[in-house]
Design a binder for this molecule. Structure first.
Ligand code: GLN
Length: 187
């Protein structure tokens, strides 16, 4: 088994470190030819969605990544990655991959709350550390999207079949349980 991590920008190394702690090999997707590698799942890391979307297009990786997800490749997206998956952004005509039935508001927590840390439940897993960094919010989702976590009444993690989107960063600490959920429930 091998997990591909989109490594154009953002905190891809932290995601790789989580899988390495679990003994799972990873590979980095940095250019079009990397999409021919053998992998069983994809991670879209946090970072800056505008930059990531632009690079995906400029490097001609966009269409292949999109069709792999549409064909059912398991994908785990955090923060900016969730913005890439969203079929709609609030007050913003931009759509990147647009494969997931979620509507997302970028930088939704405002300035003073733009970064914070909490713990919460995720799909029945208790007290998972959650770091929100200039985080988006999932404002709404289509009826086939399952809500897996929330914070203050807002959706912070959601799943639609092969796609898992989180507005926080589970990969920044030492807790590997969300990666374990992804491996056991989605691969
Ligand atoms: N604010 C960033 C964006 O809009 C996302 C932040 C993050 O990934 N931590 O892309």
């Amino acid at each position: 088994m091998r997990i591909a991590v989109l490594a154009l920008q953002g905190d891809f190394a932290e995601h790789e470190a989580v899988f390495h702690r679990l003994g799972i090999p990873t590979c980095q997707l940095r250019q079009k030819s990397d999409l021919e590698l053998d992998f069983d799942a994809l991670v879209l890391p946090g970072g800056e969605s505008t930059v990531q979307g632009k690079l995906l297009r400029e490097l001609e990786m966009f269409e292949r990544v999109r069709s792999l997800i549409k064909e059912g490749l398991p994908v785990m997206a955090t923060c900016a990655g969730s913005i890439l998956l969203a079929e709609q952004l609030l007050d913003d005509p931009t759509v990147h991959l647009g494969t997931m039935g979620i509507t997302v508001r970028r930088n939704a927590y405002g300035r003073q709350l733009s970064s914070f840390h909490t713990v919460g439940d995720f799909a029945g897993i208790k007290d998972v550390p959650m770091s929100f960094i200039r985080a988006p919010q999932i404002e709404s989702c289509t009826s086939d999207v399952e809500i897996l976590a929330g914070y203050n009444g807002q959706i912070t993690a959601a799943r639609q079949e092969n796609q898992l989107a989180m507005t926080f960063h589970p990969e920044l600490g030492t807790d590997c349980r969300i990666a374990e959920y992804f491996l056991s429930e989605m691969l």
